[in-house]
Design a protein around this ligand. Structure first.
Ligand code: PLP
Length: 374
């Protein structure tokens, strides 16, 4: 077997994943099932690994962003329903059939395109209730009904997406309530016309955490299932105990002295004001450490914090080890996770980089090993 933890890696705490899943299940109405969002390699965590762990705990529905992600799950042994949330090109329709993937109908035109293909597809109909991204407009009930009537489309689900459910001011709440009402209106109109048996879903993580009283068939939990929120300062209505699943670590490649007046790395972006101990880590932006962390943010090593210095390189980065007394080449550096009493969360890294934790995690690169914490 390949030597593990050689260069840069992710450690997954699957007990935390299970814990977060249970937190969601106790928050949601009993007949609402979790439909985890495992797109973008399960937000960097490893799609097959995470999905199979969830499957062992009884999860039977998953959503991904692309047909290829669905294929990866099937090949990895994931059963149950897999919904493709975004567009699939007709050239990839073979995969929908061969791997039994449910496809989102992104609008009425797309439904006609699928119908013309001649084969039979399982679909969830996307409804635009106010985000104006994907979905047939909620007002166009006749158009939505036509999708249900298309002989080649088996509609097993109907869904929409909330665009400001993370916001808790009056205008944001009012907008979300409007979206909810639009969605409920479409469901009622379909029932009134005799269509039933399809599953309804509306909430992502913040929809669950801020509107937990809603009663739909599925809830598409993403970021919070991985134990973190999008922004460091985000507040939510529900009181839940979410625990981070992912830690990001790398090796200290080299420890050395940067002498006063010398610069470190590309662009001479950092220079030493005094002689100082620095370290080189074997991880860079190709692994998902944002280049915007140049001279910005911290890593942890042996229970101490070390500031990032100079520009992040493609495969390496440098840190100031002045305050880390015990450190040598081969030690582990923690970029996300705990070391001693200190912790860096994905939300922290996101804040330093001026983004949200979703982006940080989903960009974790293919070069990282993904290991389950024992
Ligand atoms: C990504 C996504 C989700 C999950 O969102 P989180 O905020 O990460 O929970 C749910 N629904 C749709 C349509 C998505 O694209």
């Amino acid at each position: 077997m390949m030597y593990q933890k050689g260069r840069a890696w992710i450690e997954l705490d699957l007990a935390h994943l299970k814990h977060n899943m249970e937190q969601f299940c106790s928050l949601l109405p009993p007949d609402c099932a979790l439909m985890p969002a495992v797109k973008a390699n399960a937000y960097g965590h490893g799609a097959v690994l995470v999905s199979k762990a969830l499957q062992e705990h009884g999860v039977q529905n998953f959503c991904v962003a692309s047909a290829a992600e669905g294929v990866e799950l099937r090949r990895g042994g994931v059963t149950g329903e897999i919904l493709v949330l975004s567009y699939t090109h007709p050239g990839q329709f073979d995969d929908l059939i061969e791997y039994r993937l449910a496809q989102t109908v992104v609008d009425g035109d797309y439904a006609r395109q699928m119908q013309r293909d001649g084969r039979r597809f399982t679909v969830h109909v996307g409804i635009d209730t106010g985000m104006h991204r994907l979905g047939e407009r909620w007002e166009n009930v006749e158009e939505i009904v036509k999708i249900f009537q298309a002989p080649n489309l088996t509609v097993t689900g109907l869904y929409s997406h909330l665009c400001v459910s993370d916001g808790r001011n009056a205008a944001e709440r009012a907008y979300t309530l409007e979206q909810i009402h639009h969605f409920e209106y479409v469901v009622e109109e379909l029932h009134r016309r005799g269509y039933s048996g399809f599953k309804c879903h509306l909430q992502g993580s913040y929809g669950i955490l801020n509107y937990s009283g809603l009663c739909f068939d599925y809830a598409r939990a993403g970021i919070a299932l991985y134990g973190i929120l999008s922004g460091k300062n985000d507040k939510v209505d529900a009181s839940v105990d979410l625990r981070p699943v992912l830690s990001l670590k790398a090796r200290v490649e080299s420890v050395k002295t940067l002498y006063q007046g010398e610069s470190a790395g590309y662009g001479m972006a950092y220079s030493a004001k005094k002689d100082q101990k620095i370290g080189v880590l074997s991880i860079g932006y190709a692994d998902g450490v944002p280049r915007s962390l140049s001279n910005q943010g911290w890593v942890l090593c042996n229970g101490k914090a070390a500031p990032i210095i100079g520009r992040i390189c493609m495969d390496q980065m440098m840190v100031d080890f002045s305050e880390v007394s015990q450190v040598e080449a081969g030690d582990e550096a923690v970029l996300i996770g705990k070391s001693g009493n200190l912790e860096i969360r994905a939300e922290d890294m996101a804040q330093w980089a001026g983004t949200i934790s979703n982006e940080i995690l989903s960009r974790m690169g293919g070069r990282l090993e993904r290991l389950v914490k024992e």
